[in-house]
Design a protein around this ligand. Structure first.
Ligand code: UTP
Length: 492
């Protein structure tokens, strides 16, 4: 142990010759039972003491204390019994008519060309399972084009802007979808640099707004801060549901209102098949007149590790139950009338909200203060230690919605998750790549194209640039009668 140093801090942060931690700050920490954060004070260098004081000062201790207490207290409390989502609030693939699909597509394109739609990307996660040093959106999943997830999404926005302009006879430059990108301190700088160095992938720089979500201390099971170093509290992003307070505190809800935005399409960065600003979903949402909606896929099998939409209590609000919370007998129960699992509508983080609802929920969720607790390995002064991360989830908003609707999509068309590193059993860059290649190969064949391939077709395929086609449309002029050697990218 080093000799206790004889320097301390004055209020303005100037190094002064006192050996003790700043008393008012220490007293505040004591009020919340967090004084251990200063336990190693005597061993710190003046610079480290300065960092520790700054770190603690940056925390809103009373808010954090409220969140920790409320979240720990509500853990394990009985919740209202769950009910399946009524059939009437789900638009299933089989029930949708061609006429409806076309009508919704046109309505969506009209809303886009009237600049009423914004896209909100959740990109603040740490991507620990994927294990890449860069933000997940920068990841190249190995498609023939080598495009990153961010580029695929940007090009879908460019494509849908063009489709909206064409459908409504507007000039191409007058249709702009604003893209709000939520980062966190872990992803912010690298994300901004990536966009800058790729010239925003062809989008206008001013149509992209980055904003950061908050972080929250990681705690032990008894609610004490875990120290990442002797002079820094371990913190993690406050979950993708942190988007509501982040939007509020960055004043972006006002920004949206000033731009005339009414509908917000919200999604997670790690889906290689995401249909960003899908006109059909937007049209459906507007037609239904609901406050919040989600795209869902049918649960593949009872034990699949996905959260499902349910109603909490009889006639209660729509919410998501994680697979770990769903009793196995309920997970495998079948609805005799439809032949589907009773709880079959899986959440895939594809949501649509009205701006009015986002305003309402940004205030409501904050007051609630109940966060989900996830047991994780946290980097600490004692090496990796088991602790709790506190998170809100984007779907926590659903119980606040006065009206909701679910829209079934086919997972092979819209869901290619990138969660785990290659070599894992599922949801890897490789599995996502194959899902993209398979879908695009089907589009090309349906448009009259042919494929040759020197590796088996199940392991390869063609990639269609989102600049050419958003969802398989308009490919005939490019593909009919042509032969493509897989793997390759098809572009203009
Ligand atoms: P996940 O929890 O599945 O991914 O988030 P992750 O956090 O990136 O990766 P792991 O769990 O550490 O391996 C789903 C979506 O929510 C976003 C992610 O960026 C992803 O788009 N997210 C997650 C946030 O925006 N903020 C968060 O605090 C957590």
């Amino acid at each position: 142990m080093r000799e206790p140093s004889s320097v301390g801090f004055e209020a303005n942060g100037v190094v002064s010759p006192t050996p003790i931690p700043p008393q008012p700050l220490l007293e505040r920490l004591k009020d919340y039972g967090q004084e251990d954060a200063f336990a190693l004070w005597d061993e710190l260098t003046p610079d480290e003491r300065h960092s520790l004081v700054k770190d603690i000062e940056s925390l809103d201790l009373s808010r954090i204390d409220r969140i920790i207490r409320c979240s720990l207290r509500s853990q394990g409390l009985p919740t209202a019994a769950i009910e399946p989502v009524p059939e009437s609030s789900v638009s299933t693939v089989e029930d949708r008519t061609q006429e409806e699909r076309e009508r919704w597509w046109k309505m969506g394109l009209k809303a886009i060309s009237d600049c009423k739609v914004a896209v909100l990307l959740l990109s603040g996660g740490q991507g620990t399972r994927l294990g890449s040093a860069d933000p997940k959106g920068c990841f190249n999943i190995g498609l023939p084009s080598g495009k990153s997830l961010f580029q695929l999404q940007a090009e879908k926005i460019l494509c849908v802007q063009r489709l909206a302009a064409q459908a409504n006879e507007s000039s191409a430059s007058s249709v702009q979808i604003h893209w709000y990108i939520m980062t966190s301190p872990f992803t912010d700088e690298a994300t901004r640099k990536f966009f800058e160095s790729h010239k925003y992938f062809g989008l206008e720089a001013e149509q992209v707004t980055f904003f950061q979500q908050g972080t929250i201390p990681c705690v032990s099971k008894d609610g004490r801060f875990i120290m990442e170093t002797p002079y820094r509290v371990a913190k993690s992003p406050d979950g993708n549901g942190g988007v509501y307070s982040a939007l509020k505190y960055s004043k972006l809800l006002e920004d949206m209102a000033s731009k005339g935005i009414k509908y917000i399409d919200c999604y997670g960065v790690d889906n290689a098949l995401v249909r960003v600003a899908d006109p059909t979903f937007i049209g459906y949402f507007i037609d239904k007149g609901v406050a919040a909606a989600a795209k869902v896929v049918r649960k593949a099998y009872p034990q699949e590790k996905v959260g499902v939409f349910v109603r909490r209590g009889k006639g209660g609000p729509l919410t998501v139950v994680e697979y770990s919370e769903l009793d196995p007998s309920l997970a495998s129960a079948v609805n005799q009338a439809t032949g589907r699992l009773r709880f079959c509508w899986s959440n895939v983080c594809l949501h649509m909200f009205t701006l009015d609802f986002l305003n309402q929920v940004a205030n409501g969720l904050e007051k609630d203060s109940v966060y989900h607790l996830a047991e994780k390995k946290i980097p600490s002064i004692h090496g990796y230690t088991t602790g709790l991360k506190l998170e809100q989830f984007i779907f926590d908003a659903f119980p606040y919605a006065p009206t909701t609707a679910l829209f079934e999509v086919l997972r092979e068309e819209e869901f290619a998750p990138v969660k785990n590193a290659n070599g894992s059993n599922y949801d890897t860059p490789d599995s996502a790549k194959l899902l993209v290649l398979r879908l695009h190969t089907r589009w090309v064949v349906a448009a009259g194209g042919f494929l040759t391939h020197s590796v088996p077709l199940y392991a390869t395929g063609v990639e269609v640039s989102p600049l050419c086609s958003y969802a398989g449309e308009n490919l005939e002029p490019i593909c009919r009668g042509r032969t493509f050697h897989a793997p390759c990218e098809i572009t203009f």
